[in-house]
Design a protein around this ligand. Structure first.
Ligand SMILES: Nc1ncnc2c1ncn2[C@@H]1O[C@H](COP(=O)(O)OP(=O)(O)OP(=O)(O)O)[C@@H](O)[C@H]1O
Length: 265
């Protein structure tokens, strides 16, 4: 049997504060193929970001392991780039410099200065931000900042792109535009992507599989749904597509019938 590209094996995660311990994740196992786009969906607080942070190497698991190409993940690394909901650009650097910073760090030994400059610009062009290369984050919109964040992550050529609600803070139109760009980029580069989202339509539109988590504490993977829609996917054509609607209904049922969100008292 072929070895999984990314393998999440029996992850448990508890947080302790004083004598109290809360088990957030319970026995999470998942394998992701190279080039696959996976979404993780579940109600607020179930532990999606915690899982992503464990894969990123930012948070240690209590037990279990994450393997990327057979190598144990136990610290952050450029092979797993994270894009957060609230862009994390350095405000004193220009758009270009924000991307170049990561490129210089990762490719200092492997690419010449001229190659690194070209590579930085290539990635900015990929998200259509080349024209704003000399602007500072305060001079561009939220959607543009998010695009630069995606360029910065892509430019590091990560094995896995980890997206933590990357479009969550954006208005609906900007969000749709950026989703389309991410689909185009993924079609070109065949990135392996793990994305957290609360948005059912976003999950169905972008994903090859949707991982649905049960409510916490001790959240588990409840179901994994295949999205057998051909690519390229065009949102307007999918509005009345039977497969699209069936996938959407399956996720909605999981979230709002079988795992209804109950606000803690
Ligand atoms: N560093 C921490 N220390 C203690 N508890 C934590 C820590 N990080 C997360 N938690 C708890 O773990 C649980 C899961 O949090 P997490 O942010 O992973 O959920 P989520 O599903 O991503 O939520 P949301 O969708 O609202 O972003 C929450 O109850 C949260 O309070």
């Amino acid at each position: 049997m072929a070895k999984a590209y990314l393998s999440i094996e029996g992850i448990d995660k508890s947080f302790s504060r004083g004598p109290a311990t809360t088990e957030v994740l319970k026995d999470i196992s998942l394998t992701v193929d190279k080039g696959e786009f996976i979404s993780i969906i579940g109600h607020s607080g179930c532990g999606k970001s915690t899982l992503l942070n464990i894969v990123a190497g930012l948070t240690p698991a209590t037990s279990g392991a994450v393997l990327l190409e057979g190598q144990l993940v136990d610290e952050p690394g450029p092979d797993r780039a994270v894009v957060f909901q609230n862009h994390s650009l350095l405000p004193w650097l220009t758009v270009y410099e924000n991307v170049a910073l990561g490129v210089d760090k990762v490719f200092r030994r492997r690419k010449s200065a001229a190659e690194r400059r070209d590579w930085t610009m290539f990635n900015l062009e990929l998200v259509h931000m080349g024209h704003a290369r000399d602007k500072r984050p305060s001079e561009i919109s939220g959607g543009m900042k998010q695009r630069v964040g995606i360029a910065r992550a892509l430019a590091m050529e990560p094995k896995v792109l980890l997206l933590d609600e990357p479009f969550g803070a954006l208005d609906a139109l900007t969000r749709a535009h950026l989703q389309d760009q991410v689909m185009q980029i993924q079609a070109t580069l065949e990135n392996t992507v793990m994305m957290i989202t609360h948005d059912v339509d976003e999950a169905v539109l972008l994903s090859d599989r949707i991982v649905m988590m049960t409510n916490g504490p001790s959240a588990r993977i409840g179901e994994v749904l295949e999205v057998p829609l051909e690519r390229p996917r065009r949102r307007l054509e999918l509005v009345n597509d039977a497969t699209y609607l069936a996938c959407r209904a399956a996720v909605l049922k999981f979230l709002y019938e079988r795992n209804r969100f109950v606000e803690a008292a």
